[in-house]
Design a protein around this ligand. Structure first.
Ligand code: SF4
Length: 350
């Protein structure tokens, strides 16, 4: 296993210092930086204007790429693409690209599996093997931009892994993505989604960047929430909502609540009223997503409610003055929900 530092994790200033340290002219730092972030090369050999000797010297000390694409799927409508990347230990990392007219969003993973075992989530079905490094997260976006030749406008940390259990690496990755010298993606277009890790929300409130916060809520009372998110036993709903209210007051930013609609579980009109009572007064929007069964393991027998039930649910919330969307299921035919491709890979053993 390599112990080399990854070039993506070096600031432009740190790269310039290194170039100075090895007695090279300062302009070489700009050239190398351009090859990494603008031309997005996959190998040192492609850095054509850098002398071979210098390329070899840098390669001995730094890593340039740690992911390779091992599987790629495109949904029937062509609007959702999914990649399974492999890191240097040949562990699977999934990323999804969602193409809309006005934006191209990459859903990034931050973990090799996830220790939190949310009931509805395919990521929880495989073994949790650890956290991803900042470079492994940034590379998911760089690789997708390179492969598709499309500029990524938005990033959501909503793939495999709980971002606030890998806080420092996720924030470092978000900063590299946001930096004008990195990927130049606006902070407001980078969203970090948590299943409710309260300590992470508290730290996030104090970050200077305008990154956005999303909360996987999925139920409006403690008992039901524990069924979908077992870690809610530790991070209780009443404390979570208090933390979100403090976050809103401190940052004056809107929060997004994600709410998976599950038939007969949390999609009744009473649930909509309970949800409204829970979050009223928080500047927010709610994304409702009809449940997408985990193909590899549907022993729960859960299913999405019929469209009229989904519409009645969102209608109640909307009538109370809260912005709510009923997200179209995107890429269900390619298992686009969190962790599904990875889980499938593990089951298939390939
Ligand atoms: S939903 Fe998120 S936090 Fe929960 S198991 Fe899946 S990846 Fe982990």
């Amino acid at each position: 296993m390599t112990t080399k530092k990854h070039l993506l994790e070096l600031s432009k200033e740190e790269l310039a210092n290194y170039i100075k340290e090895i007695s090279q002219p300062a302009f070489r730092a700009n050239q190398v930086h351009d090859w990494i972030f603008k031309k997005k090369v996959n190998s040192f050999d492609e850095m054509k204007n850098i002398p071979k000797e210098l390329r070899e010297k840098i390669a001995k000390k730094f890593t340039l790429r740690s992911l390779v694409s091992s599987k790629h799927l495109t949904s029937k409508d062509g609007l959702t693409e999914k990649w399974l990347f492999c890191n240097q230990q040949e562990q699977g990392i999934e990323s999804v690209l969602i193409k809309e007219q006005e934006r191209k969003t990459v859903c990034v993973s931050c973990g090799l599996g996830c220790p939190l075992n949310c009931t509805f989530c395919a990521s929880a079905k495989g073994e949790y093997l650890g956290d991803l490094s900042p470079a492994e997260m940034v590379e998911q976006v760089i690789e997708i931009e390179k492969i598709t030749n499309e500029r990524v406008s938005n990033v959501v940390f909503m793939g495999t892994g709980e971002p606030f259990l890998n806080y420092d690496n996720v924030l470092s990755a978000a900063r590299i993505m946001n930096s004008p010298e990195g990927l130049g993606i606006g902070a407001r277009h980078i969203t970090i989604s948590t299943s409710g890790v309260i300590t992470g929300i508290e730290r996030f409130s104090a970050e200077p960047e305008d990154f956005r916060l999303a909360i996987s809520l999925h139920a409006a009372n403690q008992k039901a929430r524990e069924k979908v998110i077992p870690s809610a036993k530790k991070w209780k709903l009443n404390r979570l909502i208090s933390a979100i209210r403090r976050y809103s007051r401190t940052t004056r930013r809107e929060v997004t609540f994600e709410y998976i609609l599950i038939d007969g579980f949390n999609a009744h009109q009473n649930d909509a009223n309970e949800l409204y009572e829970l979050i009223k007064g928080i500047p927010c929007k709610i994304n409702c997503i009809p449940y997408n069964p985990v193909k590899s393991d549907n022993t729960l027998g859960w299913k999405a409610p019929e469209p009229d039930i989904c519409n009645a649910f969102t209608g109640i919330i909307r009538d109370k003055g809260i912005r709510v969307t009923l997200r179209q299921e995107k890429g269900a035919d390619i298992s686009a929900a969190c962790g599904q491709l990875r889980a499938y890979k593990n089951i298939q053993g390939k």
